[in-house]
Design a protein around this ligand. Structure first.
Ligand code: NAP
Length: 269
């Protein structure tokens, strides 16, 4: 079944739709009636998924093959976001990790992780907010990680890229305040996906099953959080007070960080 006109809900761009969390986002958004634009590097997988979603849900499903760790790849998607008025959602999901101490992480891995997890997400967020604001509707969903809350051994660069997503996305929320544009920060904990193989290959010990969520549960909860109007959705955090306390401590530290007088502990003896 193929529709000839685009969905009233508009089209959702999902980056990293060829596997894991992004693939499930694409499936769920298509099931809700969104047309979808599937973005990643593995074209065969994207084409298979696009055909399946068009057939099963009667939506328009398009494939955009690009490497978002490269400026040309980001530019392709920026052009698309700017030019296509039907796009009403961007899920900035593509990302990867390397489970290695900094000194054992190759320079190219560090550079492409920052390029994908930080630079691409930032530039795409910028163009999405501008486009959605001028169209009077739209939702930007940025996928961060629980790994961005605090330093964790073995993921110095990945954790820092996700700490960036945390701070950056929350800053954007104040920029869209009072407009019809939504910005949601999603913070998965540990989720079953190929991402773990990408991060560490076969060297990794399996994680205890009680802390690992399925991609289906993660995305179902994240979309429920979007429907509820949440700004920050952390599906595996049961105690909401934890998130509030973390934010409150951050705000207090921010306020406390500005004072013309050095703290008493730095007085010369
Ligand atoms: N799994 C977890 O435990 C977990 C926890 C917290 C947060 N997250 C975050 O969730 C997001 C999705 O991860 P996942 O676990 O679903 O991993 P995944 O299964 O490995 O999926 C990553 C997706 O990103 C795409 N991608 C990777 N490099 C790309 C590039 N240079 N250009 C374009 N697309 C690229 C991959 O497709 P191609 O290889 O085909 O390009 C794939 O579709 C990431 O941002 C990750 O940091 C995951």
């Amino acid at each position: 079944m193929n529709r000839l006109i685009s969905s009233k809900l508009g089209a959702a761009i999902v980056t990293g739709a060829s596997s894991g969390i992004g693939k499930v986002y694409a499936e769920r958004l298509a099931a809700r009636g969104h047309d979808v634009v599937l973005v990643a590097r593995r074209e065969d997988r994207l084409r298979r998924l696009a055909a399946e979603l068009a057939e099963r849900h009667g939506v328009l499903a398009e494939v955009l093959v690009c490497d978002l760790s490269k400026p040309e790849g980001v530019a392709m998607l920026v052009d698309r976001l700017e030019a296509d008025a039907a796009i009403s959602m961007l899920v900035n999901n593509a990302g990867f990790s390397a489970l290695k101490p900094l000194t054992q992480t190759p320079d190219e891995t560090i550079a492409s992780m920052i390029a994908l997890n930080v630079t691409a997400l930032t530039l795409l967020s910028k163009v999405a907010i501008a486009a959605f604001t001028s169209r009077g509707r739209g939702a930007l969903i940025n996928i961060g990680s629980g790994a961005g809350f605090a330093p964790y051994p073995g993921i110095p660069v990945y954790g820092a890229t996700k700490a960036y997503v945390y701070l950056f996305t929350q800053s954007l929320q104040s920029e869209v305040e009072g407009t019809p544009v939504r910005v949601q920060l999603v913070l998965p904990g540990a989720v079953v996906s190929e991402g773990w193989e990408v991060a560490g290959g076969t060297e990794l010990e399996p994680l205890p099953p009680e802390i690992v969520m399925t991609t289906e549960d993660l995305v179902r909860a994240a979309l429920r959080g979007l429907d509820l109007g949440e700004r920050v959705t952390a599906p595996s955090v049961h105690d909401e007070a934890l998130l509030r306390d973390y934010e409150a401590a951050g705000s207090r530290a921010l306020q406390g960080a500005f004072d013309a007088t050095p703290a008493a502990r730095y007085a010369e003896p």
